[in-house]
Design a protein around this ligand. Structure first.
Ligand code: HEM
Length: 438
């Protein structure tokens, strides 16, 4: 990094994380709910007890840093509303802060929640990016990937034959989505390790209040990823394949192509979102099914239930637990007036256990009639672009695993990921049981 990049990086950490850390510590001392959630390690393992505290206080709770909600209707309203935007409304900030943010935004280190990432922009740019990606990422293209997903799953399960015990996360849950998304994006197998390493180190970029040491690791991973992606895109531009990314390089929306930084942000988001989330669906799904043998028996008896079982896993153990929105103007929400620039944190994992919507919400029930009404893929304009693919990977991945290894059992406590926005397993030792012939 050049000296200027280092100063930029420190400034950015200070603005995004350092100030938040100081404020969090102060707020924690006066019993602020949000601060307790972000700092208390108990809630990292069990955020659900926290969501119930929020719910008990009302549909929209004012904290020191903004408002929080675990209410399904309120989350849904905010996510679908035109009165709110993703990412802060920088125009509403004092000019010196606005200038500092703009200056510290290093074009070589833009992460998944920095513009021009789709997650951080709003119409008209958002509409254009989304339209362009949707041209290549069609429902038909995803459905055509089913047989590819199946053969990748079979191949990975073959590799586990003869191993009495494996870490399911590294042997299967991670590699399945990585191999699928890589085949979509034309990434060579020799690059999986590099990309995975960037993804894993960069994943905490979605959290706030990171210590500086951790921020440096995240920042380094994002820079490395951006540099790798630039080379990868240049290669595809020279030698286009039949993958979706080669199509995205030349795709147009209303006659306009994505420019270089838009293309990198879009491709990077699709890639990172493709493997940092579905891995958690597969890990959490395996654990839930092993812990509820009667539910596993139900899907075995009636495999048409797998689709619903995947949505029930997504509802109960969402791989993305929260997101947030900022109000664009003075507005009313849940009977309260919010000023311009107000933050509303939507706990998706809390909305998914709202008893007003889901009966006996903490129960894992693969037959639940409205399991699909969860908010794990968000709602509104930013609704997850990869939802169909993720559901398909969940269905193929979990059903193939349990068909191939019917006596699969947990072989230890496993280790949870330490991130707060993303929830899942970092490692999951399993005994493969009686081995089936390939
Ligand atoms: C179980 C797996 C997944 C979960 C839980 C998930 C969750 C989400 C959520 C919550 C958002 C919206 C965040 C917000 O509203 O602020 C989102 C957006 C997005 N996701 Fe996913 N995702 C998953 C898998 C995927 C996959 C496989 C892909 C890629 C193929 C993908 C690509 C995207 C993209 C591009 C966006 C941005 C959409 C926009 O802003 O318009 N996701 N995802």
């Amino acid at each position: 990094m050049t000296p200027t990049s280092t100063v930029r990086s420190v400034t950015r950490w200070g603005l995004l994380h350092g100030t938040v850390r100081i404020a969090m510590k102060r707020a924690q001392k006066v019993g602020d709910l949000q601060a307790a959630f972000m700092t208390d390690p108990r809630y990292r393992d069990d955020p659900f007890s926290f969501y119930e505290l929020v719910r008990a206080r009302g549909p929209l709770v004012q904290g020191k840093f903004g408002n929080v909600t675990a209410d399904h209707a309120v989350c849904s309203t905010v996510l679908k509303s035109d009165d709110f935007r993703a990412g802060p409304d920088e125009d509403a900030m004092p000019a010196p802060i606005r200038r500092a943010i703009a200056w510290s935004r290093d074009p070589l280190a833009l992460g998944p929640i920095d513009p021009p990432s789709m997650l951080a922009v709003e119409p008209p740019d958002h509409t254009r990016y989304r339209k362009t990606v949707s041209k290549v990422f069609t429902a038909r293209a995803v459905e055509q990937l089913r047989s590819r997903t199946q053969s990748i799953a079979d191949d990975l399960l073959d590799r586990m034959v003869g191993l009495p015990e494996v870490d399911l996360v590294s042997a299967y849950c991670t590699l399945l989505p990585v191999a699928v998304i890589s085949s979509i994006l034309g990434i060579r197998e020799q690059d999986y390790g590099t990309v995975l390493d960037f993804g894993h180190k960069g994943a905490p970029s979605l959290d706030v209040g990171l210590p500086y040491r951790q921020y440096r690791v995240v920042d380094g991973a994002i820079r490395g990823f951006q540099a790798w992606l630039g080379e990868h895109l240049a290669r595809l531009a020279r030698e286009p394949g039949d993958d979706l990314l080669s199509q995205l390089v030349v795709a147009e929306s209303d006659g306009v192509r994505l420019n270089d930084s838009e293309l990198r942000a879009t491709a990077g988001l699709v890639l990172a979102a493709g493997f940092e989330t579905t891995v958690n669906l597969l890990g959490s799904g395996t654990v839930l099914l092993l812990q509820h043998p009667e539910q596993l028996a139900a899907v075995r008896e009636d495999p048409t239930l797998w689709k619903n079982a995947v949505d029930e896993v997504l509802r109960l153990e969402g791989p993305v637990q929260m997101t947030g929105r900022f109000s664009l103007r003075e507005t009313e929400l849940a009977g309260r007036r919010l000023g311009r620039g107000s933050l509303v944190v939507t706990y998706l994992g809390g909305a998914n256990r709202d008893p007003k919507v889901f009966e006996d919400p903490a129960r894992f029930d693969v037959r639940r009639p409205n399991a699909r009404d969860h908010l794990t893929f968000s709602a509104g304009r930013h609704f997850c672009l990869g939802a169909a693919l993720a559901r398909q990977e969940g269905e193929v991945g979990l059903s193939s695993l349990f068909a191939r290894y019917p006596d699969l059992a947990l072989a230890g406590p496993g280790r949870r990921r330490t991130t707060r926005v993303l929830r899942g397993w970092e490692s999951l030792p399993v005994a493969t049981g009686a081995l089936q012939p390939a």
